[in-house]
Unconditional design. Sequence first.
Length: 572
Amino acid sequence: MVTRSIGLQSLYKLLKIALVLFLSVALFHITGPGKAFAETSESLEITGGGVTTPLKLTLTELEAMEQYQHVYSTINTWPTKRWYTARGVKLRDLLDLAGIKKEAKLIKFISKDGYEVTLTVKELLKDKRYYFPRLKDNHPSDGSIPGSAEGAVEVEPILALVSAEGSDNPADMNDRDALQLIFGQRAVTEQTNHLFLKHVSKIEVLTTDPEKWDPPKASIPSGTVVPEGTVITLGSKFDNEVKIYYTIDGSTPTVNSPMFNWSASRWWPLRNNLESVNRPIEIKEDIVIKAIVVGPGKEDSEVVTFTYKVDRTGKLADPTKIPGGPPTSVTLDRNEIDLPVGSTFRLEASVAPFNAVDQRVVWSSSDTSVATVDAGGLVTVVGRGTAIITAKTIVGGHVATCIVRGLEDEKSENDATEHMAKTKEEPSDLLSDTDEQKVAEKETAVSASIYDEEPEITDRMSEPAGEATTAAEEDQEVLASTTEGEAPELEGNWRYLVRKQDIEANFTTAGVTSMSENSPNKVRVYEITFGTVMPIPLPARQKNLAFYIAAIILLLLLSGAGKKYIEFVKEL
């Protein structure tokens, strides 16, 4: 019994020593320097076929270069107006140092976590960009209410070493987001905030000719006679990335013209006032609407014209409020596509008539070893060869096809771009109701973000955390606007856990095709999204784990549990 007591006492002492060492290590992890959630970029690499002298600059070298400081006006895609104060190196100086070529057409900015923003040389360096000091005239935050362009000051695009988001006070600047791409607006209504890429670590200058955005579509076919008061909406399958500008006075639309889709499509499920922001065009008299799509990284679309005549007899009904019968045809916005393996492209199916009762289509691929397609028309090239993508209406069985050719390697990207430019069809002048139906039926569960950063950004319905003004951050920016009576802006990296159309496709495959509101066998499908979650770096996890374990052991000792356990063993 004496031997056992001595052994237990020794064990107790060893446990106390181990506990002291454990607590010491835990304390070091708690008080020692930890890794930040988002580290600033420590160097910048400039490469690509568009420069003669690829180079790599350290943060110290960038700090030693001539610095440019200014206040920038910006609007995000909710939309909300904001200020940015920033100081850094002019992008022109950096590109001149790398020997940018005259043939350079595109500039790709890549963040430390791999997120990318691509802009054309024209839109970033050749078009004049401004700071609008009266951006917040007429409304301090609502970006759909234009401010005044009076007093505009031309500003330079920069990679900011220090910046202050939401402030025009230089004293608020810090290096948390360095290196950050920041540039001015071409018009007082232009939305640029979602392109302010943070933690830039690499710039690629390319000589590839930029593609052209597809032109916008109208909700009612051009040339239709409509009753007075009918409303027209304009749209694009890229409503998350582009803006549609239009005129009704016969002039050619530009970035200074009225904007139609003020709010990006990723926000539509979160807004109960969408039509007050993306305002439909009411037809009160014979009208000619000219519209253009403008977006980052591509050339502006062709200008399209929509004409409507007002019915003076009073006998015609609003075509958007009457059923158009079963589908009579379906068309795709591409007849053929050449893409390198690993690339994606979203096909758009337009069902006629525009107000057909059932707009649903089923997608399929003739060879899934070459290309696959999901329920929303997203084509992914997975191998070399040729595949035929088919869209078939569920009602009527009308078919449209697109030939997809998988190219061998990345060097064929230029050939693919050129081929797409040559083979692209002009889309028809009608907007498929499919997207609008999905938005109208969508019931999204949204959880508030726990991070104090702002979102935006790039539908990126599946973008990585760390993007432009990261999507998680623009979300918080929107939340900040609630103090001024606006709906919370949760803009950010919302990710789909499951897509509604995929579930619908599964039900259809299983033979459950009745999904209309009046069907007795109606299937109710919800689309679930998951907000941005910023992963805690491994050192932070270890630090937290050590802290919790140490706290638990200390609590047990203080409560006497350790001593009682020793006494219990002695009594055995």
